[in-house]
Design a protein around this ligand. Structure first.
Ligand SMILES: Nc1ncnc2c1ncn2[C@@H]1O[C@H](COP(=O)(O)OS(=O)(=O)O)[C@@H](OP(=O)(O)O)[C@H]1O
Length: 203
């Protein structure tokens, strides 16, 4: 990480940190004042989105339904499949709490980042101790894309919208499998809500 001068915030983004067992210890050893921001969304939708991304690169992989189960007849979920494993947020958070207090970790709702981007960004700015510079007036909703776009500062170029590869259409998944996954995640979600003091409304 580069050195941070007075009045600066150094930021680094890597999605896999939150789910990498060794990450919190290493980050703590680097700087125990580090603040952590994690975007989370409904773990079932997250798993399907994860699968969709892999499918776009490797079209020959097995179906989502077959990868979900260790044994479809007994309904035993394959928790070693990363698409499933990553959504067990309470377990990953437990690992981070061995090193960092909850006050240094902010969970941003992926759903609200779409429905109320300024509200979520407001929470981020507060968490970082910044003035609320980014507000509603910086966003407009792109109906075609289904995501908000960020308007740049006055006089600057085009607004920033998500790239072409974002917002892929998810395949239809057998509703029974989706239900089984909802049942699987429910207790972990409840624990996560308790730990964070925030109900993300995923049920
Ligand atoms: N800013 C913002 N707000 C809300 N949601 C967002 C945002 N950026 C990315 N996404 C959604 O996150 C999913 C994974 O995105 P990526 O394709 O960027 O994944 S990755 O970072 O390359 O692994 C993917 O979800 P799905 O579209 O549902 O598959 C993205 O659309």
């Amino acid at each position: 990480m580069p050195k941070t001068l007075e009045g600066q915030i150094t930021m680094e983004k890597t999605p896999s940190y939150f789910v990498t067992h060794e990450a919190p210890a290493r980050i703590y050893a680097m700087s125990r004042d580090t603040k952590v921001i994690v975007v989370v969304r409904d773990p079932v939708t997250r798993a399907i989105s994860d699968y969709t991304q892999t499918l776009s690169k490797k079209p020959d992989i097995p179906t989502f339904e077959s990868l979900t189960f260790k044994n479809r007849t007994t309904g035993l979920i394959d928790t070693s499949w990363s698409a499933i494993q990553i959504g067990i947020y309470a377990k990953h958070l437990d690992n981070w709490l061995q090193f960092f207090p909850m006050s240094q970790i902010l969970f941003v709702s992926g759903e609200r980042l779409i429905s109320d981007p300024a509200g979520e960004l407001g929470r981020v700015q507060d968490f970082l101790g910044l003035k609320r510079i980014i507000t509603d007036k910086h966003f407009y909703f792109n109906q075609t894309k289904g995501f908000p776009c960020l308007k740049k500062a006055e006089g600057s170029s085009k607004p920033h919208c998500l790239g072409k590869t974002k917002g892929r259409t998810h395949p239809n998944i057998d509703p029974e499998v989706v239900q089984r996954l909802r049942d699987f995640y429910r207790p972990f979600n409840m624990k996560f809500y308790q730990m964070t003091g925030h109900n993300f409304g995923w049920d």
